[in-house]
Design a protein around this ligand. Sequence first.
Ligand code: HEM
Length: 231
Amino acid sequence: MEQDDKALIWDLPVRAFHWILAGSFTGAYLLAESERLRNIHVMFGYTVLGLVAFRLLWGFIGTRYARFGSFAFRPAQVLAYLRSLPDRARARHLGHNPAGSVAIWVILGLAVLTGASGYLTFNEIGGDVLEEAHEVFANAWLLVVFAHVAGVLVESLLHHENLAGAMVTGYKKGEAAAAIRSSAVGVGALVLTAVLGFWSWTLAGGGPAAAADSDDARPAQVAALDLVDDD
Ligand code: HEM
């Protein structure tokens, strides 16, 4: 392999999914205690659920490294990978590595649990127990995200490769033969359009984030966003 060889690894839907998920999780977490911006917190929660539903589908029909088959590692492979970490010459993974794959499965699982418990709590189903569970899931998710980001940093340092940058551009060091042929731009554009449309709808006062408790949520939201004049 030439030093400068670059291969397209992450298609646009995976990259859009990743950064919108990261942003939505961060936004929802930061706004978790705000009564005034409750609907924005809920908007991010719905976004997470929608994104995960899309990702589950894309894991079957997406491009090579997006498909679940490319990151279905056995526990023994994960252990072998972790043991090999000090050895710089160990096999490099172009798609997800075995340890990263575990974090991804856990993140997807916690996203569903956090989103679902939040949905039920917002709709006043399940009471205090589910509200508590929602908080526990969100905090567990935060811990896994820290581990995920630390793992990305370690792997980037060991392989002298900017993996976060690769999640932005889609390209990693690699031979052309290993690259995916298409970035699936059309599907990526659909994901982006759906998310931006949903966010605009919510910010304009509509959508499920406002509907469940329209008496309380709308005035708070309108005041917060300064969308209407009182006159
Ligand atoms: C600055 C923060 C972050 C960076 C730099 C980062 C970077 C990355 C990178 C490089 C990968 C590919 C991993 C690999 O090579 O195996 C990845 C995958 C992933 N990350 Fe992150 N990440 C960040 C934050 C987050 C957050 C906050 C979440 C969840 C809320 C998240 C969820 C995921 C998921 C689910 C995948 C799998 C993507 C897929 O296959 O669809 N990441 N991340």
